[in-house]
Design a protein around this ligand. Structure first.
Ligand code: FE2
Length: 377
């Protein structure tokens, strides 16, 4: 089924964009042990070491490791003390995403434009400088305890930003072909999807480019609703999910229970070669949702001709969907921490700009089997 059959994608650039964004600058995770998390993401995903901040750099109560692959940058942060906001965050939510940082040419203007439209300030504009130049940053709150930071780094040449030093590590694993953040999905509470859609429209000037109701996204047992928000140039896309009534518990509800509130459900990472990326990730221990062999029996009837051989797709559990503009290949990891909260999607787009609506059923049935095994369905 084509994901664009019921609604046209209306991504378009507009010269009236009051919040011009150049994409995702970085994603910051608050975790229980940043040193080990950085090691995990380097070993399993193939990130490079970029920068470090901690007591040795004058930051007394927390440590942060910055890792990167192509344009994808993660920051892993842990508190060194029990009575900090970071410790509270980890205690309440487990390891999770705190910051979705967005690249802008003018962080002061981004803050002024968004806060005057009703955005709640998280960080008033601040200029950080060192011998490599300056970074201006500001920020606003979004769903749950998640925040958006606006990062202006056009006048900075250092490894990451002032306060960090270059991290030279002897451990240099090969990359796995990860490129950049394709989209980043938030799970919000019952009846909260539309208020957050309005927030992204009013405060950040985003547009609702696709909507899925509970009939699009339901199995025999559970359901959810989703709306995809995009900025003007389409570089930043935030689908927002809320649970919907079904015979059993929605996967979004399970997330909300274990995360103790709203937060980032999954980060989709782009690759140019999903077969080699997933082959490598699996070899390094990354676990994916198993897809039944029956999914592949009539796949080509559903999506038409694709360039890839069916065999590796089936062996790896990669899903395929087509829309009016082309097709996409995607796969979903299991949660990356003990709580059934954050997971990753890996996606290769071959023309398609949609999100794999034709795979929702197979995907959610796979998720339900996992939910059931945890006793949470
Ligand atoms: Fe996704």
């Amino acid at each position: 089924m084509s994901a664009t059959s019921t609604q046209e994608l209306n991504i378009k650039t507009t010269d009236e964009d009051f919040l011009p964004l150049e994409g995702t600058d970085y994603v910051e995770f608050y975790v229980g042990n940043a040193k080990q998390a950085a090691m995990f993401y380097k070993a399993a995903f193939g990130f490079e070491s970029v920068a470090y901040a901690g007591p040795e750099t004058g930051q007394k109560d927390k440590v942060s490791y910055v890792i990167r692959q192509h344009k994808l940058t993660f920051v892993l942060t842990t508190s060194l003390r029990p009575d900090t906001l970071i410790s509270e965050h980890v205690n309440k939510h487990g390891d999770g995403v705190k910051v979705l940082a967005l690249r802008t040419k003018d962080a002061k203007d981004a803050w002024e434009q968004t806060t005057k439209r009703g955005g709640k300030s998280y960080l008033a504009p601040v200029t950080l400088s060192d011998e490599d130049g300056e970074v201006v940053m500001s920020g606003i709150h979004t769903y749950g305890e998640t925040v958006h930071l606006f990062i202006e780094r056009k006048n900075y040449r250092g490894a990451f930003m002032p306060g960090f030093r270059k991290w030279n590590s002897v451990f240099k694993p090969e990359g796995t072909g990860l490129l950049y953040v394709d989209h980043c999905v938030g799970n919000v509470g019952w009846n909260q999807m539309n208020p957050w859609v309005k927030y992204y429209e009013d405060v950040m000037g985003f547009k609702n480019i696709l909507s899925f109701d509970d009939k699009d996204i339901s199995t025999e047992y559970s359901a959810l609703m989703s709306k995809v928000m995009s900025n003007g140039n389409g570089y930043v896309k935030f689908p927002i999910n809320e649970p919907a009534e079904g015979k059993k518990k929605s996967q979004v509800e399970e997330y909300l229970d274990f995360y103790n509130g709203e937060g980032v459900q999954h980060i989709a990472i782009a690759t140019h070669d999903i077969i080699s990326t997933v082959t490598e990730l699996k070899k390094r221990g990354v676990e994916f949702l198993p897809i039944p062999a029956s999914y592949y029996e009539d796949l080509l009837d559903r999506v038409g001709h694709i360039d890839e051989d069916l065999k590796p797709l089936k062996e790896l559990g990669i899903l395929v969907d087509r829309d009016d503009e082309g097709y996409l290949l995607q796969i979903f990891s299991r949660p990356l921490q003990d709580r059934p909260t954050l997971f990753f999607e890996f996606i290769q787009r071959k023309g398609a700009k949609s999100f794999g609506k034709g795979n929702f059923k197979a995907l959610f049935e796979a998720l339900e089997r996992e939910q059931d095994a945890r006793g949470n369905l």
